[in-house]
Design a binder for this molecule. Structure first.
Ligand SMILES: Nc1nc2c(ncn2[C@@H]2O[C@H](COP(=O)(O)OP(=O)(O)O)[C@@H](O)[C@H]2O)c(=O)[nH]1
Ligand SMILES: [Mg+2]
Length: 323
């Protein structure tokens, strides 16, 4: 723990003291930062890197993130509430619509918008569309253009690529950085802090997210499914944890349902003699144990819900609905 993360008010260990008034330094800054951009530019990677914890799942596949997820970074001088969002793209079904709506609504709640792009490739049509949307809000909400994946850029590409993106939104502050390597990341964080308004802490200093532990566990299972299954199958998967119990020996027993859209997807997920599901379960269990810091016993049940991505009721049940 570095000095910056030390609690400001020394806490008496024997006393949980919610009544103690928080003393914040003068000029304390705070606010909501929406991380937006097309799928796969590194939004979730960056949020996890800022928090130093894996709150949001990350895979090389587009459209991994489905809901808005908070990541709260508290230091003595500021509190940033990052809002990781699904990528903005053309919707093909109700789940996509929900994902895009989520991302767009998040813009309205933001004090600062962090627009991420993948600097290793030239701007594409979705980057242009997002830029057009942002140019309508930049007069009210400051936008920072974060050119991510600088580690993949050749030196001679730096200037033309940077200019190609900057042209899309000339009024935005910008920075080239790498979420993965960390180059430029601290400078980006400083840029965000400089842009934030003065304000109070919105969340307790030790709170990292508002997502329930069991929902993060479900996401960690879905992450392994995204990583281990090919083609379309993982996009039709939803995961729900339905039992989460600590046993007397300290092991956590978790039972989760994995919903798929078709019978043949269920067969693929389970694999020959259950081998595929077992691999997914083992990998997910390791991730969950790292996250919880406890031993985990994980059971997965695969169930078919035909066409759930187009079904309002099923979407609500799986938490992919705003109403
Ligand atoms: N080379 C490189 N890859 C990155 C960087 N940031 C993210 N990635 C990779 O890009 C892919 C998508 O990342 P993710 O955070 O899921 O993107 P999101 O869809 O925008 O949330 C993953 O494979 C990441 O490991 C970076 O700075 N450099
Ligand atoms: Mg993501």
């Amino acid at each position: 723990m570095n000095e910056e993360n030390l609690p400001l008010v020394p806490q008496d260990e024997n006393e949980s003291s919610p009544t103690v008034e928080e003393i914040l330094p003068p000029g304390h800054k705070s606010g909501y930062v929406a991380i937006v951009g097309r799928p796969n530019v590194g939004k979730s990677t960056l949020m996890n890197a800022f928090l130093g914890e894996k709150i949001a799942i990350v895979t090389p596949r587009p459209q991994t993130t489905r809901t808005r997820q908070l990541g709260i970074l508290t230091t003595p001088n500021y509190q940033i509430v990052f809002m990781d969002t699904p990528g903005i793209m053309k919707p093909r079904h109700k789940l996509d619509e929900f994902m895009v709506e989520t991302a767009v609504e998040t813009l309205e709640d933001a004090d600062v918008i962090l627009w991420l792009v993948d600097s290793s490739v030239p701007p594409g049509p979705s980057d242009r569309e997002i830029a057009a949307q942002l140019s309508a809000v930049i007069t009210q909400t400051p936008v920072i253009l974060g050119l991510n994946k600088s580690d993949l850029l050749k030196p001679e590409e730096v200037i033309p690529r940077t200019e190609a993106y900057r042209e899309l939104l000339p009024d935005a502050k910008w920075i080239l950085f790498s979420a993965r390597d960390g180059l430029g990341r601290d400078e980006l964080l400083q840029m965000i802090v400089d842009t934030l308004p003065e304000g109070p802490r919105y969340y307790p200093a030790d709170q990292l997210t508002d997502t329930y532990t069991r929902d993060i566990v479900a996401e960690l299972i879905r992450e392994q499914i995204m990583l281990q299954l090919r083609d379309e199958v993982p996009y039709g998967v939803a995961v729900q944890v339905d039992e989460f119990k600590e046993r007397p020996n300290g092991t956590i027993y978790i039972s989760a349902n994995v919903f798929v859209e078709r019978k043949n997807h269920k067969r693929i997920l389970i694999g020959a003699k259950g081998a595929q599901l077992r691999r997914i379960g083992i990998a997910a269990r390791k991730e969950i144990e790292a996250f919880l810091g406890q031993k985990v016993f994980l059971e997965l049940w695969v169930k078919v819900v035909p066409k759930w991505r187009r079904d309002e009721k099923a979407l609500r049940r799986f938490g992919y609905s705003s109403s």
